[in-house]
Structure formats: structure tokens, C-alpha cells
Design a protein around this ligand. Structure first.
Ligand code: ADP
Ligand code: MG
Length: 431
């Protein structure tokens, strides 16, 4: 049966969400209690009202495990004892498509169980991750595993990030948004981004339903940008064609100067931003004669959760959620390319490999090693710095195709995912 990914507490020395002040901590605990009461079920721990330690929000008795209906059987319960669990790696195998079938491709990837898969070469290779989603895993299941915990997390004041990795055609955009048809992100097959916001607005609506003296409000702002050739373009305000700069200062942390941020209060607001951003992306591609697979898109939501108590004292928690559809991970050939193509190839290779290095450094640091985290080596990791590491929670959705025609790219994705987080194969593989 499917279960949501669970996090366990792990204070981390690396930079990310800063430690809470005592007043923020009290506020967080209140917010958590109200979130729990707003949940569909209650565990004894919630009923006692006992506050949880920061970072333990989504443990075995936390909101993630209160999911009422269990989805199709693809995803194992995850209980990690080591300190690397601010990152979850989920591999999603998409179904073989008709084109692949017609071209004579056969399935060379088989899900073994909820956490493992086998690559069916002459000597089958087994890989284990936090979760493996097979081809029958629907979008609802993916949301329950990856999206729901992230929303709870953001409302509790943590920065979070979901990114989709994989070669072009592996299912990144399908996972993050839904089918690339008109209205695809509003259909039954809609992906993580719309579902995350539906859940977020549902949660926000339920926040003040319980009786009590504390009044809570949550304000959300969204931005949508694209990173291509190490330059940033605003997808919500693309007309000026300006490249945006990443800045950093003590007050704001890391931010993008002049980036358009729009307040959102309902699903329609979010949908219209998605449509606008996708359209701007298309225009940019046509104008520059390139494919979207060569750029990263980053949809960011900044939350401001404030609670005012009976005496009028207000506490505010800020958090940020980044939903990232990465450039295709297929090897970009730099040899023989010149000009724009060369720049393009090297910037994609560089940003994806830097992302890999950043993740590996973070995992090592959580295991006690002292490492330099090379955030500044690419715009992508610099931009996401405050959502990668520290107390932030990150989900890497590694998308793969089951087709033998894509085997080389699939192996490369599996290796990337495994390097990012190597998990000992504790689950018995069902042969
Ligand atoms: P990418 O963004 O990685 O290039 P897409 O998300 O565009 O890949 O997916 C490629 C094609 O496969 C699309 O037609 C998409 O609708 C389809 N597809 C991807 N994943 C799935 C899935 N899990 N179930 C059904 N169709 C899928
Ligand atoms: Mg895509």
C-alpha cells in the first residue's frame, strides 16, 4: 500500500531555514496543533496537543501518515534512521508509449517492490530509493507521496523544494504539471503543482475553523522564472526581455531582483499564472529557436503565515516552496558544437552536475562530514540555496522511461539519483 514519505528530525549544520526564535517556536507549535486538528484523522499524539520538535512534523504520527485513502500499491513506508532524510529520492517509471512500442522497444525496467526496481540487462541490476513509483502510479498517488508532506511542511515554516530530473520525454513535466495539452494542468491527470496548491488552499481555509483566540492568516505570492544558459528570465513579466540578477542581503536572504511576484488566493489565480508562464516560455523558445527541454523552470510560492493571539501579539513565519522542472538530463554534446549550442550544452551540463554536487555535499554533511557546498557554481543552485539544505525538505522526482531505447539515459538518471542518495537495499527484492 502507498504511504507518504516520512521525515524524521535531523538538525543540520548547513545553511537553509534559520533556527527559530523562542517566540517563533511557540507560534509554530500552535500552528502545528491547529494543522493537526484540521487534519482528517487524529493520532493520540495530536490529541494530547504535545508540541513536536522542529523537523519532526511529518513523522510516523504526523499529518503525512493521516492520509485517509491509500493509493495504488507502489510506494513503501519510509523510515530512515540516518541523518540524510531531508532529501527524499523518488523514482517514477512512466508507461511505455505507443511510439516506443511501434519502434520495437521493449520494457527493460521493472519495478521490484515499493522501493526497488530492476534493470533487466543480461545481469539484472537492482536499485533502491526512498520510493519507486511504477507505471500504474497515478497522479493522485504521486501527490500523496510527494506533494502533501511538502505542503504541510511549508505551512509549518520550512522551505521546501520538489524537482523533476530526467531525460527529455521521461515525464518531468507530466509529473510536475500534467499532460502538455491545453488545460492539462486542470484535468484529472493534473500533476503535482496544481494539486499542491489545491491542498494548500484547502489547508488555509481550514485554519481558523476551530474555536480559539488565535487568528491565523496565510498570504501566498508566486513567481515563475526560467533559467537558460545561466540567465534568468521572468515568465510572468517577459515583455522587457531583461535578464534578472540573483542578489543576496541580510534582510532578504537570496532573492531575484525585480522578479514579478503575484499574490494568489485561489486555484484560478495559480492556474492563470501557470498558463501565462507556459505561454511566455513558448514565445521565448520560438524567438530564440530552442526547446523548453533546454531550460529549467522554477515556480516559487512564498508563504507568510501569521498568527495573532488574544492580546494582539502577532507572530509571522515565512517559508518558500520551489517547484522545479529541470532541463533534460540527456548528455549535451559540447564537442563539435559552436556558439550558442556550445554555451547551451555546457550550461546544462554544469547546472545539473552542480545540483548533483550540492546534493551529495548536503547528504555527506548530514552524515557528519565537513564539506563545502558549491551553491554558487550555478544559477540554479544559487537561486535554490535556501531551499536546499539546512532544515529544508527536498524531494527529487527522478523520471525514467521503461523502454530499452532509452536505456543509456535511464541508467544515467538512476546513477544520478543513487549518487545523490545511496540507500542500502534493506527491503527484500521480490524476484
Ligand atoms: P519531459 O517533460 O520529461 O520531457 P513529458 O512530461 O513531456 O516529458 O512526457 C513525455 C510524454 O509522455 C508526454 O506525452 C506525457 O504526457 C507522457 N507521459 C509522461 N509520464 C507519463 C505517465 N506517468 N503516464 C502517462 N503518460 C505519461
Ligand atoms: Mg518537459
Amino acid at each position: 500500500a502507498a504511504r507518504s514519505v516520512q521525515w524524521t528530525a535531523q538538525p543540520s549544520p548547513v545553511r537553509g531555514t534559520p533556527p527559530l526564535l523562542p517566540s517563533e517556536k511557540r507560534n509554530l507549535e500552535r500552528l502545528q496543533r491547529s494543522l493537526h486538528r484540521a487534519e482528517l484523522g487524529r493520532s493520540p499524539a495530536d490529541a494530547s496537543g504535545r508540541p513536536r520538535a522542529r523537523g519532526q512534523l511529518l513523522g510516523a504520527s504526523g499529518p503525512a501518515s493521516l492520509t485517509p485513502s491509500r493509493a495504488s500499491s507502489f510506494c513503501a513506508p519510509v523510515s530512515l534512521s540516518s541523518g540524510d532524510d531531508n532529501l527524499k529520492v523518488i523514482v517514477r517509471i512512466r508507461p511505455l508509449n505507443s511510439r516506443e512500442r511501434e519502434a520495437g522497444g521493449h520494457k527493460c525496467i521493472q519495478q521490484s517492490n515499493e522501493r526497488s526496481l530492476a534493470v533487466l540487462t543480461s545481469e539484472p541490476q537492482h536499485y533502491t530509493f526512498d520510493a519507486v513509483a511504477g507505471e500504474d502510479a497515478d497522479q493522485t498517488s504521486i501527490f500523496q507521496v510527494a506533494g502533501q508532506p511538502i505542503v504541510e511542511n511549508c505551512l509549518a515554516g520550512y522551505n521546501s523544494c520538489i524537482f523533476a530530473y530526467g531525460h527529455t520525454g521521461s515525464g518531468k513535466t507530466y509529473t510536475m504539471l500534467g499532460p502538455q495539452t491545453e488545460g492539462g494542468h486542470q484535468s484529472q491527470m493534473r500533476g503535482l503543482t496544481p494539486r499542491v496548491f489545491e491542498h494548500l488552499f484547502q489547508k488555509i481555509a481550514g485554519l481558523n475553523e476551530e474555536p480559539g483566540d488565535i487568528k491565523r492568516t496565510v498570504r501566498c505570492k508566486c513567481s515563475f522564472l526560467e533559467i537558460y544558459n545561466e540567465t534568468l528570465t521572468d515568465l510572468l513579466s517577459p515583455s522587457d526581455g531583461q535578464h534578472l540578477q540573483i542578489r543576496e542581503d541580510a534582510n532578504h536572504g537570496i532573492y531575484v531582483e525585480n522578479l514579478c511576484e503575484e499574490a494568489v488566493g485561489c486555484m484560478e489565480d495559480v492556474s492563470s499564472l501557470l498558463v501565462r508562464g507556459q505561454a511566455a516560455r513558448k514565445v521565448g523558445e520560438t524567438a530564440m529557436n530552442r526547446e523548453s527541454s533546454r531550460s529549467h523552470s522554477v515556480f516559487t510560492c512564498t508563504l507568510e503565515c501569521s498568527s495573532t493571539d488574544a492580546s494582539g501579539v502577532t507572530q509571522i513565519l515565512h517559508s518558500r516552496l520551489n517547484l522545479v522542472d529541470l532541463a533534460g538530463s540527456e548528455r549535451q554534446k559540447a564537442s563539435g558544437a559552436a556558439g550558442e549550442r556550445l554555451r547551451e550544452a555546457s550550461s546544462i551540463n554544469k547546472s545539473l552536475s552542480t545540483l548533483g554536487h550540492v546534493i551529495m555535499s548536503l547528504v555527506d554533511m548530514q552524515r557528519g562530514a565537513h564539506r563545502h557546498v558549491p551553491y554558487r557554481d550555478s544559477r540554479l543552485t544559487y537561486l535554490l540555496q535556501e531551499s536546499l539544505g539546512g532544515n529544508s525538505k527536498t524531494i527529487m522526482m527522478a523520471n525514467i522511461s521503461p523502454s530499452s531505447a532509452n536505456l543509456a539515459e535511464t541508467l544515467s538518471t538512476l546513477r544520478f539519483a543513487q549518487r545523490a542518495k545511496s540507500i542500502k537495499n534493506r527491503a527484500k527484492v521480490n524476484e
